[in-house]
Design a protein around this ligand. Structure first.
Ligand code: ADP
Ligand code: MG
Length: 243
């Protein structure tokens, strides 16, 4: 488990007039075990901010601190973070069991038998034990997303980063998976950063909501605070606050 300190982080792509400031001087402290939802229009910097925390992008300025460690120089693996994306990114030629075991084999020195045990326990938690010998192509979108979550939690990460993980699912499955993700996060108390552009997810899933626009932080607060006491016109318009 881990607290996260995003400290004056800026991410620029390109230089000069053609340059884009994707993340504009953002500071945010996230407590251990907190579930924080990031919302904002397309291009507002949500994915870039998450990728910076994950170590998939180097920030141009500022620090990312996870636990007590400044992780600026650390690659994604060393940060012990699990990411889940909208396209599940499962390995198509591997079974579910192999997909889930792969990350453990690469990043730990666990014994084969320990890995097998851990994969089976996690599969049970996720209700996917019957799928262990299936390949992704044989499963529905909802099942694949469940496996992607299973593959993320099997590594017992410090932090979950989820970037619109449910946006490829139909409405019924989305509702189901929302509940599932909240249940998991409650059980595991893993610090979670969750990106969405879905209003319902923004209002219901997190402890706190972070609203972004043009790479800038517009408001941080509980979903109800942001909704009923928007800090500016943009937030009010975006969340559909009563006027
Ligand atoms: P969001 O996830 O909120 O839709 P992004 O973080 O993907 O927003 O993008 C923020 C801005 O940064 C956008 O203007 C986007 O075009 C730009 N951007 C993102 N990734 C890159 C990249 N690899 N190279 C250049 N520009 C990028
Ligand atoms: Mg994005």
């Amino acid at each position: 488990m881990a607290r996260i300190d995003i400290d004056d982080v800026t991410k620029r792509f390109g230089d000069g007039e053609d340059g884009i400031v994707a993340v504009d001087d953002i500071s945010l402290y996230i407590d251990d075990g907190e579930f924080v939802v990031f919302v904002g229009p397309s291009g507002s910097g949500k994915s870039t901010l998450l990728r910076t925390v994950a170590g998939l992008e180097d920030q141009t300025e500022g620090d990312v601190v996870i636990g007590d460690t400044i992780v600026n120089e650390l690659g994604p693996r060393a940060r012990n973070i699990a990411m889940v994306f909208q396209n599940y990114a499962l390995y198509p030629n591997m079974t579910v069991e192999e997909n889930m075991a792969f990350g453990l084999k690469m990043s730990t020195d666990m014994l084969e038998t320990e890995i097998e045990k851990r994969v089976h326990e996690t599969a049970e938690t996720m209700g996917i034990e019957k799928l262990l010998h299936s390949t992704p192509g044989e499963m529905s979108g909802g099942q694949q997303q469940r496996v992607a979550l299973g593959r993320a939690i099997v590594r017992d990460p410090n932090v979950f980063l989820m970037d619109e993980p449910l946006s490829n699912l139909d409405a019924k499955l989305r509702t189901e998976m929302r509940t599932e993700i909240n249940r998991l996060q409650n059980d595991l108390s893993v610090t979670t950063l969750y990106v969405t552009h879905d209003q319902t997810e923004a209002m219901t899933m997190g402890d706190r909501l972070v609203v972004l626009n043009h790479g800038e932080l517009q408001q941080v607060g509980t979903p109800l605070e942001c909704f009923y006491r928007p800090s500016n016109r943009f937030v009010a318009g975006f969340l559909g606050s009563p006027s």
